[in-house]
Design a protein around this ligand. Structure first.
Ligand code: KG4
Ligand code: ZN
Length: 340
């Protein structure tokens, strides 16, 4: 069966065709309009989704080599995310399913990230631990069986990706900050500056990244290095590289330590890291190193499935569709939808 998946929760308009669990197309249109603001502007995101949605869906069908009549089920993200952005993809998907008289399934964006690890030749084996790190979320989840999730911890303030984005904004190096900091950090010394690591109470799997972000703010402000506007960096390159490397290490140290400690406590062998921040080279390398030291595996999807994408939504739609699940006609966007 062909499943059309639609994702519009934030600033990527994406559509994908998954045929019996195999990705046939995955078209992602990233909105560039937000760059000049150093962050996503919700209304601009909704309008851009509205402009792009038909073209992106047509391209996904064309690339997969199928026509509208060949779609058996439509899946779309209904939360969490920006309300106006979600409504565009969700309404489009429901209307198309209604017009084609085929079933529709609403998908939780976080489940999309979680199960994106199955779009690889070497998926995790149950039970496994998932670290979902994106611009909006940081979650540590124990996955005992398909769709049986136990949330072990999440961020109490900023998400990991948000900390990257806000730090990049203070540095004046552009948006989204994660990939830019990742690239510049390669030239720097991660031990140059000691930024704080928030481990919280003993045994807690929650995260907090506002402290490290504020420490960078004070560091820059005390030295007159804060950027006045997005994209206007006033720091010399070697110093900038040291700041990026030291900040990145502070974030990654906490992510890796908590994940490994949970993996040991719950005796899992596989750790699946997903979400935009799982593209981070230092995080991937450190998690793989620590996991293999303990005889565990650290897995991450290919980069195209780390960022927001329709394939992960189509895949979860396919899994849920196979279980006979269908969404009610009155399903609407839920911006703060929890992981079930
Ligand atoms: O999953 P995603 O595409 O969207 C959300 O659901 O939020 O994640 C986007 C986030 C952004 O905060 C971006 O800065 C971060 O992922 N990101 C990275 C890297 N690539 C993307 N963070 C650190 N290192 C990267 N290489
Ligand atoms: Zn996401």
């Amino acid at each position: 069966m062909n499943v059309l998946g639609i994702e519009t929760s934030c600033d990527e308009t994406s559509a994908s065709v998954v045929h019996d669990g195999i990705v046939r197309s995955n078209i992602v249109s990233s909105q560039l309009v937000h760059r000049m603001y150093g962050g996503v502007v919700p209304e601009l995101a909704s309008r851009a989704h509205q402009r792009m949605i038909i073209d992106v869906v047509e391209e996904a069908l064309r690339t997969a080599g199928i026509a509208k009549g060949d779609i058996g089920l439509i899946a779309a993200t209904y939360g969490p995310g920006l309300a106006g952005a979600l409504l565009v993809g969700l309404s489009f998907a429901k209307a198309l399913a209604f017009g084609l008289r085929i079933p529709f399934v609403g998908v939780n964006h976080m489940e999309g990230h979680l199960y994106s690890n199955f779009l690889t030749p070497s998926p995790p084996a149950y039970p496994f631990l998932a670290l979902i790190v994106s611009g909006g979320h940081t979650m540590l989840v124990l996955v005992r069986r398909p769709f049986v999730h136990q949330l072990l911890g999440e961020t109490r303030d900023d998400a990991a990706g948000e900390a990257f984005d806000k730090t990049a904004r203070m540095l004046g190096i552009g948006y989204p900050g994660g990939p830019i900091i990742d690239a510049i950090a390669r030239e720097g010394n991660p031990a140059a500056i000691r930024f704080p690591r928030a481990f919280l109470e003993n045994g807690s799997y929650d995260f907090s990244f506002s402290g490290v972000k504020t420490a960078v703010l004070y560091y820059l402000r005390d030295r007159g290095l804060l950027a006045d506007a997005p994209g206007e960096c006033v720091i010399d390159r070697p110093h900038l590289a040291d700041i990026c490397a030291s900040f990145q290490k502070a974030v990654v140290d906490v992510l890796v330590a908590k994940t490994i400690s949970a993996a040991r406590e719950f005796s899992v062998r596989d750790i699946a890291v997903a979400g935009g921040v799982s593209a981070n080279t230092h995080l991937r390398a450190r998690m793989a190193e620590e996991a293999s030291r303990l005889g565990m595996r650290s897995l991450s999807p290919p980069l195209e499935y780390c960022m927001d994408n329709g394939a992960m939504i189509a895949y979860v739609g396919w899994l849920r569709g196979q279980r006979g699940e269908r969404s009610a006609n009155d399903l609407t966007a839920i911006p703060n939808l929890a992981l079930g």
